[in-house]
Design a binder for this molecule. Structure first.
Ligand code: TYC
Length: 114
């Protein structure tokens, strides 16, 4: 006897062809790298002008911007001075800490995960 092709119309409700593939589209995983806040801390001894210079030199701020952020740190105790990848944040912290130490100021700069 000659086999006839099976049509879906031949099947009862709920029955499916065994080889009917189900393709589920998954969204591509594009995980962004974590970001880190770089914080500048207040102290009683580092001169204001030195802090302004640090913010201009290492964080690319204008003089006015740098002065404003320096005053925020002075009044509030600390401020976020930038948000970067782990590697860039670490470099900024090292640059600021080395520069402060070379000038014998106790200025502290740290980073924390955002
Ligand atoms: N408090 C310091 C002063 O009165 C100024 C200062 C500002 C120091 C910001 C550190 O991160 C700092 N000379």
């Amino acid at each position: 006897m000659i086999q006839q092709p099976i049509h879906m119309s031949d099947k009862k409700d709920g029955e499916r062809d065994g080889d009917a593939a189900v393709v589920v589209q998954t969204r591509p995983k594009t995980k962004r790298p974590p970001l880190y806040k770089v914080l500048l801390l207040n102290d009683d001894y580092t001169p204001m002008e030195f802090v302004v210079h640090v913010l201009e030199r290492f964080f690319g701020m204008s003089h006015a911007q740098a002065f404003e952020i320096m005053l925020t740190v002075h009044k509030k105790g600390l401020a976020v001075v930038g948000v970067f990848s782990h590697e860039i944040a670490e470099t900024k912290v090292t640059q600021v800490m080395d520069f402060a130490r070379r000038h014998q100021h106790p200025l502290q700069c740290t980073m924390e995960k955002e």
